[in-house]
Design a protein around this ligand. Structure first.
Ligand code: THU
Length: 134
């Protein structure tokens, strides 16, 4: 089984647990960290809508809670006609823990796949270097 299939299966499984009474749009995310371990997350909505969290944020939180901080590959899956792109906030969250060339696969349940790199998701990303003073 290829690495991407492993991430796809993990993301599909956790997607089933998404708590989405408001949007009814289930999203699953799986990432591989530097140790090789896989961490997963699903979206968790809230009646106060802005308090909901995305699947990507959940997977990243699980990784950090386990003591890791380096993403080596990530996959996001949803049941949408075209592969679901991470929201702007999640792009910044991913960039915090993944190098520019890390692959992020956007997947649909219908088999659609789009492979992107972190630098494609967030060109011109704000980084720690921007806080250096001249
Ligand atoms: N959502 C994610 O979890 N990840 C994405 O990449 C896009 C959007 C969630 C947030 C909300 O629960 C639902 O999808 C609809 O926006």
């Amino acid at each position: 089984m290829s690495l991407c299939d492993t991430l796809y299966d993990a993301a599909c499984a956790v997607r089933e647990n998404a708590y989405v009474p408001y949007s009814r749009f289930q999203v699953g995310a799986a990432l591989r960290a530097a140790s090789g371990k896989i961490y997963v997350g699903c979206n968790v909505e809230n009646v106060a809508y802005p308090e909901g969290t995305c699947a990507e944020a959940g997977a990243i939180a699980a990784m950090v809670a386990a003591g890791e901080t380096v993403i080596t590959e990530m996959l996001v899956v949803a049941d949408s006609p075209t592969p679901v792109p991470p929201c702007g906030g999640c792009r910044q969250k991913i960039a915090e823990f993944a190098a520019a060339d890390v692959q992020v696969t956007l997947a649909g349940l219908n088999g659609a796949r789009q492979v992107m790199r972190v630098e494609d998701l967030l060109p011109g990303a704000f980084g720690a270097g921007h806080m250096d003073r001249a």
